[in-house]
Design a protein around this ligand. Sequence first.
Ligand SMILES: [Zn+2]
Length: 89
Amino acid sequence: MSYRPIVTGSKLAERNDSTGLYQVVVKLKDGGECRLFYSPLGTKINRLQTTPCPVCRRDYYCSCMDNFVEEISGQVDLEELKAAQPASK
Ligand SMILES: [Zn+2]
């Protein structure tokens, strides 16, 4: 049985158009929260330690979510988030 993350909400948390770095806080259906780090080199993910990891059940740092970065980021529309929140100057 494999974990199936379902994104229920996403919010642009950090934005830097000049460096191409963006952070998006993602809420998951199971109650977990993750932070996606977008950069020109690729996308990384960190689980926020608000709830135990849905995969290994630890409540401290683990790297389980690394296996789901594509599945989670695939449910987040970064362009739409950027459009909804104009850059602050
Ligand atoms: Zn884990």
